[in-house]
Design a protein around this ligand. Structure first.
Ligand code: SF4
Length: 222
């Protein structure tokens, strides 16, 4: 995109701070069902589902966890079977060896250090084997204690298109978003961008003519 065009587009929509509230409000109205797509009933299932979702789709994880969560109900259950059995049970999510190892390590730490409970704080969550910051952010937010903003591929793409960040690195994007998005929206905001990214602001072909943000978006084609 030519520089002058980008400049003109940014001028048209104005600075980012006054745009953030209307962006959130309009997306919330357009996607009232925006929420985590992973099916889970409690903090332990949430943690396992998010760990399994690396490098695969939520739909795929949901298919695997249907049976998995009937069989494994407590952290001890994951440690009571041979590692190969857990690997077989999560095989269809891909990277099953690494994931099984991470889940077993996490379950051991939950039992030994957290009384079998999933901790709420990011500092504790990232101590769990195989739990990176993104996973910790998702879990903390879903448990009602968001301490950061989840940046996945949709959040990154939409933040860039909406001119909320000029960065490409997820850590820097998260920092930009934290300065802009009101704290009480940190949990909901990524879901709004993710659902909008799946339904309207699609990676290859954004449906700008159907978008509720055209007048707030410097990348709008309308
Ligand atoms: S106007 Fe187009 S590029 Fe901007 S958020 Fe909407 S769909 Fe995406």
């Amino acid at each position: 995109m030519a520089r002058s065009y980008v400049h003109e587009a940014r001028k048209r929509v104005g600075p980012r701070r006054p745009r953030i509230r209307p962006i959130i409000e309009r997306l919330a109205a357009a996607h009232p069902d925006a929420r985590i797509a992973l099916e889970q009933q409690n903090p332990l299932e949430l943690l396992v589902a998010v760990m399994l979702s690396a490098q695969t789709t939520d739909v795929n994880v949901n298919q695997v966890t249907q049976a998995l969560f009937r069989k494994y109900r407590r952290p001890e259950d994951y440690l009571a079977v041979p590692p190969e059995e857990l690997e077989r049970d999560i095989y269809r999510t891909g990277f099953f060896r690494q994931k099984a190892k991470a889940i077993r390590g996490t379950m051991r730490m939950l039992v030994e250090e957290y009384d079998g409970e999933v901790p709420r704080r990011i500092e504790d969550l990232v101590r769990l084997p195989g739990v990176a910051r993104k996973t910790a952010n998702v879990v903390a937010a879903e448990l009602g204690n968001p301490q950061g903003i989840v940046v996945d591929t949709h959040v990154r793409r939409l933040s860039q298109r909406l001119g909320l960040t000029r960065h490409d690195d997820p850590v820097k994007i998260e920092r930009d978003l934290q300065k802009l998005v009101p704290r009480d929206e940190w949990g909901r905001f990524p879901h709004l961008l993710i659902w909008h990214g799946r339904r309207v602001c699609i990676a290859r072909r954004p449906l700008c003519e159907e978008c509720v943000l055209t007048d707030l978006c410097p990348a709008s084609r309308v």
